[in-house]
Design a protein around this ligand. Structure first.
Ligand code: FAD
Length: 384
């Protein structure tokens, strides 16, 4: 079924097949270990970098493959099928780097994009804070302009890869009274005095993907590290999230497909009442519903990715639909896979409990699914 995608170009197929091979042979065998230990998948990311996969989305003039959004989503699905934590870090390469592509000046692009494209450095994106997630414009971490520098004070939270990134797009407020219109985007590099990495969260899933707090104490960031103008940060962040949402959908599809594949395999092997459990219609109908939902989610992800590749003027509706549908599907399908495995599904002997834990985050980050439904509804009914 996964191979019957007649609408893919030869190049897109080649990306998918290359990443599928790396993911299945080199990344999947390490996934349980990454989950068990929380070890950062250095080698897996290095491998993806060596094969040019970390720069799939980056323009050719900055060392990337300029393969487009659909190719990126195909790669994301394959990596997520193998290891959700590794795929989160792959997605953050886009989430943290896209603001530079979107709003960076030539000097900023030349400074960061080639290193991101080769995988020499990784990226992070820091919008959320302890007191502001869905309501991101209520952020408190503040920057004050002093000559040719911004002096930043405050803390950010939930920063995926914030402990390892060579560049982090950090959203700060330069005027709290203006909420979103007072937000500015700054590029922060490790080693900057006054910038430290704080608490590492202990999480339900995606264990190899570090989630950290960032602290700023009189941290001076030069004005040349500002993306766009003062007050443009929120618009840059929202555009970045819209662009990134299909990739979360692709990650969710990959996790769900892995659970479906595992469930089919187990149902054909496991016997009860002198038959493989796959012979029971109750199990067959579950598998049929799981496969239908995964297929539908994949198509919705590919559709919005295709729209983005064709530079469609507006994709907010389709991007939120893709993220919401695919992540709800991943949660349902992985939970059903655990059910099909029975008691064994609840143990770490089999990977389906990991898939279920990993799937949950796709309903939460980059805008919870409640927020996606708000975006979808606003497109339907407008501002009332
Ligand atoms: C593992 C992990 C990695 C993350 N990585 C990053 C990252 O790299 N960068 C980053 O900036 N952030 C990141 N986040 C933060 C993530 O985006 C936020 O957690 C998320 O947006 C929700 O914000 P919150 O946790 O403050 O929940 P809240 O905003 O407090 O929401 C709590 C509940 O209320 C609901 N809710 C809120 N507002 C509304 C509304 N208007 N209508 C209906 N329901 C509503 C929410 O859907 C949710 O169910 C990460 C989070 C996690 C857990």
């Amino acid at each position: 079924m996964m191979d019957q995608q007649y609408y893919l170009t030869d190049d897109q197929r080649a990306v998918r097949d290359l990443v599928r091979e790396i993911a299945r042979e080199r990344i999947a065998p390490l996934a349980a270990h990454v989950d068990e230990t929380g070890e950062y998948p250095h080698e897996q990311l290095k491998l993806l970098g060596q094969q040019g996969v970390m720069g799939l989305h980056i323009p050719e003039e900055y060392g990337g493959a300029a393969a487009g959004m659909l190719a990126f989503c195909l790669a994301a699905e394959e990596i997520a099928w193998a290891c959700a934590a590794t795929s989160t870090l792959f997605l953050v390469q886009n989430l943290g780097g896209y603001p530079i592509m979107l709003a960076g000046n030539e000097e900023q692009k030349r400074r960061f994009l080639p290193r991101l494209a080769s995988g020499e450095i990784t990226a992070a994106f820091s919008l959320s804070e302890a007191g502001s997630g869905s309501d991101a414009a209520a952020m408190q971490c503040a920057a004050v302009r002093k000559g040719d520098r911004y002096v930043v004070n405050g803390s950010k939270m939930w920063v995926t890869n914030g402990s390892h990134a060579g560049v982090t797009t950090v959203l700060v407020t330069t005027d709290r009274s203006k909420r979103g219109k007072g937000v500015t985007a700054l590029l922060v590099e490790p080693g900057t005095p006054g910038f430290t990495v704080g608490k590492h969260e202990k999480k339900l899933g995606i264990h190899g993907s570090p989630t950290v707090a960032l602290h700023f104490t009189d941290c001076e960031i030069p004005v040349e590290n500002r993306l766009g103008e003062d007050g443009e940060g929120f618009r840059i962040a929202m555009k970045t999230l819209e662009h990134s949402r299909p990739t979360i959908g692709a990650q969710a599809v990959g996790i769900a497909q892995a659970a479906l594949d595992a469930a089919i395999g187990y149902a054909k092997e496991r016997r009860a009442f002198d038959q493989p459990i796959a012979a029971f219609q109750g199990i067959q109908f579950m598998l049929a519903d799981m496969a239908t939902a995964v297929h539908a989610s994949r198509l919705v992800v590919h559709h919005v990715a295709g729209l983005m590749d064709r530079h469609a003027p507006s994709t907010a509706l389709e991007a939120s639909m893709a993220k919401c549908l695919a992540s709800d599907t991943a949660m349902k399908v992985t939970t059903d896979a655990v059910q099909i495995f029975g008691g064994y599904g609840y143990t770490r002997e089999f990977p389906v409990e990991r898939f279920m834990r990993d799937a949950k985050i796709t309903q939460i980050y980059e805008g919870t699914n409640q927020i996606q439904r708000l975006v979808i509804a606003q497109q339907l009914v407008g501002k009332l």
